[in-house]
Design a protein around this ligand. Structure first.
Ligand code: ADP
Ligand code: MG
Length: 689
């Protein structure tokens, strides 16, 4: 069987994958067998030993062993058949509810021991499970302690179907060839790539899973670092092709601005100004927590660029964010009579609009270009591009810089980020960039009030949102998934918006937003929210980065336990951006002590880096899979917080390799080089959300 297919084989050639399934996979961007194998599980289900009912933790998926002691009742509500039974494990009892499974009344034999596995909840003083899976003792024992992969899905595609397809793909493909040498594997303690590629889907045990994941994360970091090194060589010691002088424009802008800069903003502005006038090309990272006011620093740098007769570009990771920046700067320009002649350039514009933008850019009529990565595509010709600012963008990689360089001289680079990372990691991740830190929030901010609650608080939360909206404010509600069916038991944006409309008074405008919507629709919704024609926005984490609607004062996050704290902190950063008191409501469906304690960290601190590192301390290796700390860095499997140690290891290994064979031209490095070059070619530098 092995070797019958390769990574480029279309998945329709897999048994059991017909046209319908092919289309479902296409929605997940999976077209080939290789892409299927790279669709790593989201997390893993572990069939742990059954626990006594007494110890079954509420809010957790548990298995309990018990016998049926009686049918409590059986009824029909419209089309729904409901069966309630009692079970007991000798000391304690539990109530089970089954929907549309009338046959169980006969098949569940009284007196026989079964294993029931499901989410433990309470009804009054009873522990209950709804729709648990039922296993015979033998069946359960067979699965006990194995890890079952759980994949990201789409409506209509079952986890079972993905599992089967992956299993087949693994058995029909040659395992990938090892590219590292034996010594390299050994000294870095890495599992072979063939084993890792298989074990990430079907691990024998936790230990094997951890090792497989380590190998894949190491590889991901390693190829990223390779790109970084190339980049460093490219940009080291570049002379400043666009020397600039300070003009009255920036001074006047600051005078007219409705607020004074914070001390931190002033300091960083000083550093940028010096760079732009220095003999070397600027390569600077501005790190500043959410709401610290980085945008105005970008505006200042771009203004200085325009005043010196050059063009500047501001690049954002999403269209929504690009459009927001465009509006903000357009307003400044009009109000203060700035010298900007801005154009917007995003993928969802019509061909005609794009053509007009290209012309303005090429002729120099536009001196400020704002957009997504559309800015650096081949069709765009600049007249005199001297500065590129990337907002919330971490992977402004080699290829982008090369693409830009082809458009003329090497521009100054300014990268802005709200992802809190310690300096040691920043140096590895950003290599060649100088780092400025905006370590102070504007003084007019009231601290955000937080609360962590369970789902029974929802009614009150809706009431509260209603009150804030009446007072003229706006609210966000975040759900972890787009539509029903991607994962069980999680709130989804589409249904939630519907539910919320029913709960809130009819004059409150509720809309939803998620990453799978057409870009133009996303932009429209976001504009309407900014213009306050929408009061409550139900959204996935697409709004996580950058969005600035200072009138929004409530951030409610459903299934908060599913998110990394650093990510929750980013979400929280969407409120508290103006003068009004803001509120954050984290709703957790899990009520166990650890989850609550973890979420409570958000209550204690507003310091993004402190939060991320505390989160890490509280969690063991078993937690590594379900939660990603931050959606901002676009690593596919690696996570800079959770895998900081591996990142450091990969960096050390890269240093050593470069020292021995900088061009990777030794014969023993042939395979590594081939692998790294392929990885570089395939790396997607921009998150497409
Ligand atoms: P971020 O650093 O998260 O990108 P923004 O640049 O979007 O933050 O700024 C958040 C809000 O704070 C904006 O509405 C901005 O106008 C405002 N702001 C920025 N600097 C100051 C300041 N020094 N004083 C008061 N408000 C400020
Ligand atoms: Mg920002």
């Amino acid at each position: 069987m092995r070797g019958k297919m390769d990574r480029d084989t279309p998945i329709i050639e897999l048994k059991g994958v017909g046209e319908k399934t092919r289309q479902l996979f296409a929605r997940l961007n999976i077209f080939t067998v290789g892409e299927l194998l790279d669709h790593y599980p989201r997390d893993y289900e572990i069939f742990r030993d059954p626990v006594p009912i007494l110890r079954a933790a509420v809010g957790e998926v548990c298995a309990v062993r018990g016998t049926v002691t009686g049918i409590l009742n059986e009824r029909r509500v419209r089309k729904l058949h409901i069966l309630n039974v009692n079970i007991s494990d000798g000391s304690e009892t539990m109530q089970l509810t089954f929907y549309n499974m009338p046959f169980l009344k006969k098949t569940l034999k009284q007196g026989v021991i079964y294993i029931f596995r499901g989410n433990v909840q309470t009804r009054g003083k009873w522990k209950i499970m709804e729709q648990p899976r039922v296993y015979s003792k033998e069946d359960y024992t067979r699965q006990e302690n194995t890890l079952i992969p759980r994949y990201s899905l789409t409506r209509g595609l079952t986890n079972q179907a993905v599992q089967k397809a992956v299993k087949q793909a693994l058995s029909c493909c040659q395992p990938p060839e090892e590219y590292y040498g034996k010594d390299f594997l050994e000294s870095n303690g890495l599992m072979g790539i063939g084993d890792a590629a298989e074990a990430i889907h079907f691990p024998k045990d936790m230990d094997q899973l951890v090792r497989a994941r380590q190998r894949l994360v190491f590889d991901e970091f390693f190829s990223f670092l390779f790109l970084m090194r190339q980049n460093k060589e490219f940009s080291d010691g570049l002379e400043n092709p666009y020397p600039m002088f300070e003009t009255a424009d920036t001074v006047r802008f600051l005078e007219q601005l409705s607020f004074p800069l914070t001390r931190a903003q002033k300091r960083v502005w000083g550093e940028i100004r010096d760079d732009l006038g220095s003999p070397h090309c600027m390569n600077r990272l501005i790190q500043g927590d959410v709401g610290s006011g980085k945008t105005v620093l970008a505006v200042l740098a771009l203004l200085m660029t325009a005043a010196n007769g050059y063009q500047g570009a501001l690049m954002a990771p999403t269209e929504v964010l690009a459009a927001q920046h465009f509006e903000t700067i357009l307003e400044y320009t009009k109000k203060m009579g700035l010298i900007f002649r801005p154009v917007l350039l995003i993928g969802s514009m019509t061909a005609k609009e794009k053509r007009e933008a290209y012309e303005k850019i090429a002729s120099g009529e536009a001196n400020l270009i704002i957009g997504t990565h559309a800015l650096i595509q081949a069709k765009v010709r600049y007249k005199a591009l001297a500065l590129v600012v990337t907002d919330e963008q971490h992977r402004f990689g080699v290829r982008q810089r090369e693409q830009l360089a082809q458009k003329g001289d090497k521009p100054h680079i300014l990268v802005m980020s709200a992802t809190p990372i310690p300096r040691t990691l920043a140096i590895i991740l950003y290599g060649d960039l100088h780092i400025s830190v905006v370590d102070e929030l504007p003084a007019n901010r009231l601290p955000i009030k937080n609360c962590v609650v369970n789902t029974s608080y929802r009614g009150k939360a809706y009431e509260f949102i209603g009150k804030e909206v009446k007072a003229g404010r706006q609210a966000y509600v975040i759900c972890p998934q787009v539509e029903e069916g991607e994962a069980e038991d999680l709130e989804n944006v589409v249904d939630y918006a519907e539910k919320l409309r029913e709960h809130l008074s009819p004059d409150i405008q509720v809309a939803y937003l998620h990453g799978k919507m057409r870009p133009a629709d996303k932009n429209r919704i976001m504009e309407e929210f900014a213009a306050h024609t929408i009061d409550v926005l139900v959204s996935t984490t697409v709004i996580e980065v950058g969005i600035n609607v200072p009138n929004a004062t409530v951030m409610m996050v459903e299934n908060a336990e599913r998110f990394g704290l650093a990510q929750l902190h980013q979400l929280r950063g969407r409120v508290g951006r103006g003068e009004h008191q803001s509120f954050c409501i984290f709703v957790s469906t899990k009520e166990n002590k650890e989850t609550m304690e973890r979420l409570q960290i958000l209550n204690k601190s507003n310091d993004g880096f402190f939060i991320a590192s505390e989160d890490l301390k509280m969690r063991g290796p078993g937690d590594l899979f379900g939660i990603r700390q931050s959606g901002v860095f676009s690593f596919r499997i690696g996570d800079i917080y959770n895998d900081a140690a591996l990142l450091q290891k990969a960096a050390a290994a890269m240093d050593e390799l470069m020292l021995r064979d900088r061009t990777l031209s030794l014969p023993e490095h042939g395979l590594i080089r081939k692998h790294l070059e392929e990885a570089a070619a395939n790396s997607v530098d921009f998150r497409s959300i």
